[in-house]
Design a protein around this ligand. Structure first.
Ligand SMILES: [Zn+2]
Length: 82
């Protein structure tokens, strides 16, 4: 199989998908689940990330906004795990 030269654009995408993963504990107080996540990941799921974010900015986020935020993040999470 001949080796194809990758364009820089594709290379960058590959690096992102093969980022190192670590065993961590979810930083959301009410959860604390152990999970395998990327270096920058602090929560086991989009739900926890959203929850923690909501707790931090409770006064700034209306419930509608929080729900919309979670929806977007959940979709991204699915793509990352696939
Ligand atoms: Zn969690």
């Amino acid at each position: 199989m001949p080796r194809q030269q990758k364009s820089p654009e594709i290379e960058a995408r590959v690096i992102v998908r093969h980022e190192k993963q670590f065993k961590k504990n979810c930083e959301e107080q009410s959860c604390g689940n152990e999970f395998i996540g990327l270096t920058r990941q602090r929560f086991c799921s989009a739900k926890c990330r959203n929850l923690a974010n909501y707790h931090r900015h409770r006064e700034r986020y209306s419930e509608t906004k929080a729900a919309k935020y979670q929806e977007t993040k959940t979709h991204k999470e699915k793509q990352a795990t696939a």
